[in-house]
Design a protein around this ligand. Structure first.
Ligand code: GAL
Length: 676
């Protein structure tokens, strides 16, 4: 990981768009940034049309002044390549750079990100802009970090244009080598789909019926790779001009951003940065936030990362946007820090007066500085300064939850047994159970080295490689408790079914064999023999008593319906560990009680057993100046009551000693540097 240059302690700031404001406001901004303790801002993200008003004519004046002014106020800059939205003169001159939907609709300019990432014309213009910005500001003392484009693929990840079709074909030729091999992988003996040349292949455009599933899956893979190749071209240009300045782009590591395989992107980034927004109508939005932060840490391979954007209060793009109380704004920020963020940044510095984001909150709201949002912005800045010693420390966990973008794409393809299955919903069901048990979780890719984890949770890993399935089996043999949920291990990387019974790749590990899926209808419930309730999914499972090693034991069976008496949940002893299979969708209560059994068996207890329900506890571990281990205990009270937990050390936000008992008011956060 490379940290933005000259940014001391934790980074604090947000997107800054001075080009939208008059001079007097810009002067005030710099002063206010100092007041709030801001030390890093992202500048120039959507400023292409302002920097290059006509082709080849540049106007650097406002950006020159901004860089100098920010430097004079000790604020460093994550400088954008300004490529996130092509200027009108460019799309007017080259309308062929616009992306197209599967139906052939052109996505016109007038909004943002209206470009096809596969258009060579667009890329050349974007590289020229990147080069111009990099040459202009190379060596500027305010330049801390390069911010490539913005949320690459947020609105244009799947482009079905002719340029995209050509790029898709090139990608397929590289993957398969020959059209025969592609025919095999795609199973084109079906529905007269056999190709005799790559030239005949198209993106999965709107068609009369289901498009070939492997074609759809490969289009997902290609699209993610194509966006990454755009990032890499820009990065190469930046590297050449400023070899020492780290390069990043803001990812969207959340349960809602499906289209980029960030585990594949991560090794190409100097520091991992992400954006996160809570969802107003989710009463457990703080748990989704925790998951997203843990996923970001997984993408960052455990290293500290940057929260590049979140919101001080309401956003403007949900059905009904929710404002945040000051306590919620602080909890949201510090929950990210607890889970490994070393930067807390917002969209955006000053709330816009015009444009589509004028009702999106910011650090300086419409109301000005005589406002609760501003006072909280200043308070948060102070808190982050008090937390400076946390920087560089890490979070570790005994539990891995496997998360895979490619399995997500495959699991949610059409023409499946249940066509409204949500991969993130299934992942969150298990994550919530772990969160409620007070256990910190590493959200990692299935290809991660798993040895060392005492429990491994594998929700709905529909597609898995032989290699990863073997590694999951091996970690159970070594002593971990492995839990696999339904619709896992079903297909290989070509989305072809593993024959012989479900769950294909995991039948040996789990000691079960399902002959047939038995989906439940909407609203239908099925009681299990322990009184719990199953929904959505069931399957006709047997526990064969012969085979290698011990037979699986039935934990719970269906107590009603056509599968009465067949196993719903099983457990098998595997080497020094165990393999649990959950062949149905349990409700939250049953998921939690099963998780408790698994944690007990694996010898895993809550991070802080004295913490009451609804209190989030995470530890970051680092080294003190003398090299000894130092731990930071983050306690976030999401409840509406005062709570007491056991803790000893120095509470950093209040700079007070804590001896045995920590009292935390409703909604508040404490960070205790613990005694060794
Ligand atoms: C992000 C984007 C920002 C801003 C923000 C609003 O997706 O990067 O530019 O639009 O959302 O929530």
């Amino acid at each position: 990981m490379q940290w933005p240059h000259q940014v001391p302690g934790l980074a604090y700031g947000g997107d800054y768009n001075p080009e939208q404001w008059p001079q007097a406001t810009r002067e005030e901004d710099a002063r206010l940034m100092r007041e709030a303790g801001v030390n890093l801002v992202s500048v120039g993200i959507f400023s292409w049309a302002m920097l290059e008003p006509r082709e080849g004519e540049y106007d650097w004046s406002w950006l020159d002044q901004t860089m100098d002014r920010l430097h004079a106020h000790q604020v460093q800059v994550a400088l954008a390549t300004a490529t996130a939205s092509p200027p009108p003169w460019l799309t007017h001159k080259h309308p062929e750079i616009l992306p197209q939907t599967a139906e052939g609709t052109t996505l016109w300019p007038g909004s943002r990100q209206a470009y096809s990432v596969s258009s060579r014309v667009f890329r050349d213009y974007a590289l020229r802009m990147t080069q111009a910005v990099a040459e202009r500001y190379a060596g500027h003392s305010a330049l801390a970090l390069w911010h490539v484009d913005n949320e690459i693929g947020c609105h244009n990840s799947h482009d079905f244009s002719d340029d995209a079709a050509r790029a898709f074909r090139r990608w397929l030729e590289k993957r398969y080598g020959s059209v025969e091999e592609l025919n095999r992988a795609w199973g084109t003996a079906f529905w007269s789909q056999r190709y005799s040349s790559f030239e005949q292949i198209l993106p999965p455009r709107a068609a009369p019926m289901f498009v070939n599933p492997t074609q759809q899956l490969d289009f997902h893979r290609y699209s993610s790779d194509e966006l990454l190749s755009y990032f890499l071209e820009i990065k190469a240009t930046l590297r050449e001009i400023t070899p020492d300045v780290p390069v990043t782009t803001n990812l969207m590591c959340t349960t809602r951003s499906k289209n980029m395989d960030y585990f594949a992107w991560a090794p190409e980034m100097d520091v991992i940065a992400t954006d996160h927004y809570t969802i107003a109508d989710d009463p457990l939005r703080h748990i989704e936030l925790s998951f997203s932060a843990d996923l970001t840490r997984g993408v960052a391979a455990g290293e500290p990362w940057m929260l590049m954007e979140h919101s001080t209060s309401a956003v403007n793009w949900q059905l009904r946007n929710r404002s945040k109380s000051p306590a919620e704004m602080i909890r949201d920020s510090l929950a990210h820090v607890a889970r490994g963020a070393d930067a807390v940044m917002f969209f955006q510095w000053r709330q816009a007066q015009a444009g589509a984001e004028k009702y999106h909150s910011a650090m300086v709201p419409h109301a000005g500085t005589d406002s609760e949002v501003w006072r909280t912005t200043v308070r948060l800045g102070e808190m982050l300064q008090q937390l400076a010693p946390v920087r560089g420390s890490r979070v570790s966990s005994p539990v891995a939850l496997l998360f895979d973008y490619q399995a997500w794409w495959a699991a949610e393809l059409d023409s499946h047994p249940v066509n409204e299955l949500s991969y993130p919903d299934e992942v969150m069901r298990w994550y919530r159970a772990l969160w409620k048990a007070g256990v910190t979780v590493d959200v990692v890719h299935p290809g991660t080295v798993l040895s060392g984890y005492r429990a491994v949770v594998v929700p709905c890993l529909y597609m898995v490689t032989d290699h990863d399935a073997a590694a999951i089996h091996a970690v159970a043999e070594q002593g971990a408790s492995v839990l696999v949920s339904y619709f896992s291990g079903i297909v290989d990387v070509d989305d072809q079914v593993r024959l012989g019974g479900y769950p294909g790749a995991f039948t040996q590990l789990l000691g079960v064999r399902s002959e047939e899926f038995w989906p439940l209808q909407r609203g239908e419930e099925c009681r299990l023999d322990d009184g719990s309730v199953a929904r959505c999914w069931s399957e006709k499972t047997q526990v064969p008593d012969s085979g290698e090693g011990e037979a699986a034991q039935v934990v719970t069976s269906y107590a009603e319906g056509p599968l009465t008496g067949s196993p719903a949940v099983t457990r098998r002893t595997v080497g020094r560990g165990a393999g649990w299979y959950v062949g149905t969708q349990l409700d939250d209560a049953a998921t939690s009680s099963l998780m408790e059994k698994l944690l007990l068996e694996a010898g895993i207890s809550a991070e802080l057993p004295s913490a009451p329900r609804g209190v989030e506890v995470v530890r970051r571990r680092g080294a003190s100046s003398t090299g000894s281990e130092v731990t930071f205990l983050f306690v976030l009270n999401h409840t509406e009551a005062e709570v007491e937990v056991e803790a000893s050390g120095r509470e950093l936000l209040s700079d007070r000693a804590v001896t045995g008992q920590l009292t935390l008011a409703a909604g508040e956060v404490a960070v205790v540097r613990e005694h060794a």
